[in-house]
Design a protein around this ligand. Structure first.
Ligand SMILES: Nc1ncnc2c1ncn2[C@@H]1O[C@H](COP(=O)(O)OP(=O)(O)OP(=O)(O)O)[C@@H](O)[C@H]1O
Length: 263
């Protein structure tokens, strides 16, 4: 791994919904962003600031109208979402979105393990794969290694989200996108999943971008923080600046952005 290696680069990325109509929304405005390998970025901003749209553009859920996106120097601006899967993985807010409910824990993990590989007719897992899954599940500390054959749909939201996190990191992604992935969980479970996330990110040295509305978490986790407002990055805190910031200061900053809109 090269220190300071650029892994993701967005250059003048723009996205407008309903262009030319009275409902036109310029959701991303000339976004320029360079992400170095190993950065764990927290992404905050008010409702409708463009946070999910930014992750959607990076994941390939849609293409930007203008600008470019590169991963490891490779231009992926117009690469389909499924073709980006080997490089970019994502955990969504809804625990149901990352996992297949009628498939077992093991089958879900097996799908994730083969991400980016040619589909084969052979289904089921090898003994070696099962051992990997068991070990990974045990590392979550939730006893899920004893529920390998349970359907995912029978698990709680927190258990399911922990497995979604595991699935997203089982094959090391270049970039992990976390889209408010703990927002649908009760506070205690949310903290547990956040801790697991942090553990995975630190252990694997993953490059990650995490959206959160919890400003305390935004400051506590990660080593860089971006504030988005009206589709623009209005603040980019480095580790030291982030550590010096209080939740109250960050709250006031985001509130001021909203107040300035009204003036
Ligand atoms: N697929 C879409 N079609 C039309 N408009 C969209 C679409 N996705 C997002 N928008 C609009 O783009 C703007 C930015 O939305 P986005 O979901 O990115 O904001 P956000 O910062 O993630 O907000 P929140 O914190 O409320 O989830 C909003 O005005 C939203 O209504």
């Amino acid at each position: 791994m090269t220190v300071n290696e650029t892994i993701l680069e967005l250059h003048n990325v723009n996205k407008t919904f309903y262009p030319g109509s009275i409902n036109e929304i310029h959701a991303l405005k000339d976004i320029n962003l360079t992400v170095k390998r190993g950065e764990f970025i927290t992404l905050v901003g008010g409702n409708g600031a463009g946070k999910s749209t930014l992750l959607n553009a990076i994941s390939g859920y849609f293409f930007p109208d203008a600008g470019s996106i590169t991963v490891n120097g490779k231009d992926i601006t117009l690469l389909k979402e499924e073709k980006r899967a080997p490089y970019i993985s994502r955990v969504f807010q809804d625990p149901k979105m990352g996992t297949a409910p009628r498939m077992s824990v093991q089958e879900n993990l097996s799908l994730a393990y083969r991400r980016g590989q040619k589909r084969t007719l052979k289904f089921g897992s090898t003994k070696e794969e099962k051992d990997v899954f068991k070990e990974q599940l045990a590392s979550l500390g939730l006893g899920l290694e004893n529920r390998m054959t349970s359907d995912i749909g029978l698990l709680s939201g927190g258990q399911r989200q922990s497995i979604a996190l595991l699935m997203a990191t089982l094959k090391r992604p270049d970039i992990l996108l976390l889209d408010e992935h703990t927002a649908a969980l009760d506070p205690k479970t949310a903290q547990l999943v956040l801790e697991l996330t942090n553990q995975k990110v630190q252990e694997m040295g993953l490059t990650s971008i995490m959206i959160t509305h919890n400003l305390q978490d935004a400051i506590k986790y990660g080593n860089r923080m971006l504030v988005l407002h009206h589709g623009q990055i209005v603040k980019d805190y480095n580790t030291a600046e982030k550590e010096a910031l209080t939740t109250e200061q960050l709250f006031a900053e985001i509130q001021n952005l909203a107040i300035n809109d009204l003036q």
